[in-house]
Design a binder for this molecule. Structure first.
Ligand code: PLP
Length: 287
């Protein structure tokens, strides 16, 4: 396996960064998780736009144009001869001294890792997920916007730990006011009376690329879609609940905090949206 590391391809075993990299020392950097379907990089432009916006927000200058980044990704795929893959693109602040000030960092480090896709087990899609809500809150938009996909993923990691303690694989974060924000690395939708609801950006969630694709698809399929804040009560009493994300695509949730959703099986509309999404992924890619 070849890793792109700031200008060269190195073997996985040799892909190492300095302990003085501020990405390591402080979580100072940004990243993207991107999916490749049959050699097509899904929504690459959207991922790059989000990467550059995240970087701009934390005043990190990416030393490559979007076209150059595209070439880095495509070259990483070619080099590893991958058709269906997951790509992790990381831009860290780079190597500096021990102080917080990024002024000591000479240049950002660009890393692209392409791996064979680890698909979620089929049972997850057939049976749906049992999830919980946890004590960890989504950081508030007035602190560091959750729209920034930064290397600092401590909230999300704590959500995973809390989910594990509860014996489930995924969990939901609320925001500081108690509105449902998102999962550890997935956005949430609920369905009630054929209408889809997903929290608006200001509630505090990453603006997921799969979320946007599902919003678009749901309108094409004639569903009503509302970006509205909702609470745990609304989730417990929804007809259907599902999560969206690059890795998970669309995945049904059948139990939340012990409350069974609908009839306890992945919902009809969730399956319609998952099928529609999977039909479109190849055509929405960059080759
Ligand atoms: N929310 C968070 C915190 C994430 O890290 C991700 C994953 O990227 C998502 C939501 C889903 O976003 P996307 O559909 O772009 O993968």
């Amino acid at each position: 396996q070849w890793i792109y590391l700031s200008g060269e391809f190195v073997k996985k075993e040799d892909a190492k960064i300095s302990v003085y990299d501020h990405g390591f020392l402080y979580g100072d950097g940004v990243f993207e998780g991107i999916r490749v379907y049959s050699g097509n990089v899904y929504k690459l432009d959207e991922h790059l736009k989000r990467l550059y916006n995240s970087a701009k927000s934390i005043m990190l200058d990416i030393p490559h144009s979007s076209e150059e980044m595209t070439e880095i990704i495509l070259e990483t795929l070619r080099k590893n001869d991958l058709q269906d893959a997951y790509i992790r693109l990381v831009v860290s602040r780079g190597v500096g001294n021990l102080g917080l000030d990024p002024a000591s960092c000479s240049s950002p480090q660009i890393i692209a890792i392409a791996e064979e896709l680890a698909i979620y087990p089929k049972e997850f899609y057939e049976n749906g997920l049992d999830i919980v809500t946890v004590a960890t809150r989504r950081n508030s938009p007035d602190v560091l916007s959750p729209k920034v996909k930064s290397l600092n993923y401590l909230n999300n990691i704590l959500v995973k730990i809390e989910a594990g303690l509860a014996g489930v694989s995924e969990a939901l974060m609320l925001n500081s006011e108690g509105y449902v924000a998102e999962g550890s690395a997935d956005n949430i939708f609920i369905i009630r009376n054929n209408t889809l609801y997903t929290p608006p950006g200001y509630i505090g969630a990453l603006e997921g690329i799969t979320r946007a694709a599902i919003m678009e698809l749901s309108e094409e399929l004639g569903y009503t879609l509302k970006e509205e804040p909702f609470t745990r009560h609304d989730v417990y009493t929804a007809d259907e609940v599902f999560l969206t994300g690059t890795a998970a695509e669309v995945i049904a949730v059948v139990k939340v905090d012990g409350r069974i959703i609908g009839d306890g099986k992945p919902g009809y509309h969730t399956n319609v949206l998952l099928d529609g999404f999977r039909r479109k992924v190849v055509q929405d890619g960059v080759k």
